[in-house]
Ligand binder design. Sequence first.
Ligand SMILES: [Ca+2]
Ligand SMILES: [Ca+2]
Length: 208
Amino acid sequence: MPQKARNSVMQKLPGAEHWLAVSNSWWRQPEGPGSSLEARMDHPVIHISWNDADAYCNWKGKRLPTEAEWEFAARGGLKGKLFPWGNEEPDLSEGSIRKVNFWQGKFPTENTNLDGYITTAPVDAFAPNAYGLYNVIGNVWEWTADKYFNLKPDQHEQRILKGGSWIDSIDGSFNHRIRVYTRMGNTPDSGATNVGFRCAQDVQRDEL
Ligand SMILES: [Ca+2]
Ligand SMILES: [Ca+2]
């Protein structure tokens, strides 16, 4: 984190001190003042709220996928499997198609970087699934159109995020366990360093 950004920390979360609210951190300066997109123009956009993602998709004549659409697409034609390639655990060795950007090591103090990416990876890193989609699981969480209903009575409306991210784990020993079914909710005005989105579009009948 750049020193300017360190000076801009507004808030820490008790019990989750690795989460810092950094003033003026947004998609074009993801780590706050002093950071930029230089050298990562091919990475997924981050710090995008559901409201922003929804507006962007609409502006492009598209929309956010529903959770069911997202998961159907992420499975790449497979049924009942844990990962986009099947049930085998990820394999980060050279030439493997079972790669995903997650966190190796002890979170949050040690990142052994076996997958080659300390934070986000380019949108086309690793092999795509059978539908040609890259990084559905891991890398960044992705907003969906659907509301999240597993809320406590005092919680505000939330939307569903899918797939886990670069701070999550494969074995579930910290943060979320990355699978194609992995989901969580967050409020539509929330953004973070590990949250992005992708747009969906209806297929015209004559394209089928
Ligand atoms: Ca990684
Ligand atoms: Ca993803």
